[in-house]
Design a protein around this ligand. Structure first.
Ligand code: IYR
Length: 224
């Protein structure tokens, strides 16, 4: 049902009631599903159709955002030449990070993850999703204010990672730094700043991930 409230259009919120037993089952199942998500760094070159990627991005676009400004742009890079350019630029920065810019504690913290400056996944994965945050919007020539941009884009990224996992694919939340090279290579407008670079695809058929433990609930939650 539609109605006007304070002169703005509203519609009924309709969602079937879930009883207490079902809540328990569904919340446990979703937790188990999400707990099986892992960051993967070794991608198969097996193709993933763009239609699948479009669905994943539509899910990302359902995230809440400050004043519903939806301050994000998802750039999907599937073209091998562009992927190569991105790899080369990312590796140039990462080489400096690993060899000069990161301190000893940081290098030590990354050892269990087995990362280094080489980023072959940026060419191997069938698609790279470069996420940009829109620091402000544009309507014609005038600027539109955006709010809580980092929080909003972070939420959309979380939705995207969940969608990728639920579909049966893997992703890597990659943070080449600095990453202004992405703005240049992808020719993004001045109001967009690179946020994260997310290769997605199938994992290599035989791949290993670090045997990490997640913090137990007692360490991440406080009940008052
Ligand atoms: N951006 C670098 C280094 C790196 C930093 C953190 I914190 C990680 O969790 C993983 C990597 C890279 O992508 O290798």
């Amino acid at each position: 049902m539609k109605r006007d409230i304070d002169g703005f259009p509203y519609q009924s919120y309709i969602r079937p009631l879930v009883n207490e037993n079902e809540l328990m089952v569904r919340s446990e199942q979703f937790y188990q599903e999400m707990d099986s998500r892992r960051t993967v760094r070794e991608f198969s070159d097996r193709p993933v159709s763009l239609d699948v990627v479009k669905n994943l991005l539509k899910t990302a676009g359902t995230a809440p955002s400050g004043a519903h400004k939806q301050p994000w742009t998802f750039c999907v890079v599937s073209n091998p030449d562009l992927k190569k350019k991105i790899r080369e630029a990312a590796e140039a920065e990462e080489r400096k990070n690993y060899e000069e810019r990161m301190n000893a504690a940081w290098i030590q913290d990354l050892k269990p993850l087995g990362t280094n400056w080489e980023k072959p996944f940026l060419e191997m994965a069938p698609h790279l999703i470069a996420i940009f945050k829109k620091t402000y919007g544009k309507e014609g020539d005038h600027k539109v204010q955006h709010y809580y941009v980092n929080e909003s884009v972070g939420l959309a990224t979380g939705f995207l990672l969940a969608a990728i996992h639920q579909a049966g694919l893997v992703a890597l939340t990659h943070t080449p730094s600095p990453m202004n090279f992405l703005s240049k290579i992808l020719e993004r407008p001045e109001n967009e700043k690179p946020y994260l670079l997310i290769p997605i695809g199938y994992p290599l058929p035989e791949t290993f991930v670090p045997a990490l433990q997640r913090k137990p609930l007692e360490e991440i939650a406080v009940f008052y």
